[in-house]
Design a protein around this ligand. Structure first.
Ligand SMILES: [Zn+2]
Length: 156
């Protein structure tokens, strides 16, 4: 390896305020001093950027890393519950569709002959619904609210 050195290099490095005319002339003609000057400018810029953007405290970095690790562990533990919740929503949605569809002819008939005075005189009692439908409706409502509350609690 060839040693690259110039007799002016140390003097040029130490001139922090700027180069005089003689030094500027030398730097433009000498590749060693020119390269050293470029590297010196780059290092000074790097030092300035570090001074302006200091690294955060090591304790904060450690705490953030710990929080990220805890969050990932929590997500991993909750994954089966999330899947169960999505499955519950799918089953409940299908059950609601089936229940409503099974009663649709009666509901359409009731809507077709609906009149304003029926609303006052117990119009809902004229709805042709069975006791089984009422129980299914109540059961599905309870399950829907249970899953809904689970979802609300899960968000917090
Ligand atoms: Zn030189």
């Amino acid at each position: 390896m060839r040693k690259q050195d110039c007799e002016h290099l140390e003097r040029i490095r130490r001139s922090r305020e700027g180069l005089d005319v003689e030094q500027q002339g030398h730097v433009t003609s000498c590749s060693i001093c020119s390269d050293a000057r470029v590297v010196d400018h780059g290092l000074r810029a790097l030092v300035r950027s570090i001074e302006w953007n200091p690294l955060p405290d090591a304790g904060i970095i450690w705490l953030r890393a710990r929080l990220v690790r805890l969050q990932k562990a929590t997500d991993r533990v909750n994954r089966p519950f999330d899947l169960a919740q999505k499955f519950s929503w799918a089953v409940l949605s299908a059950a609601w569709v089936i229940l409503i569809a099974s009663q649709m002819p009666g509901i359409l008939t009731w809507i077709g002959r609906f009149e304003a005075e029926q609303l006052v005189l117990g119009g809902l009692s004229a709805l042709p619904i069975t006791t089984r439908f009422v129980w299914l409706f109540a059961g599905l409502s309870a399950m829907t609210f249970t899953v809904l509350f689970h979802r609300i609690l899960d968000i917090d």
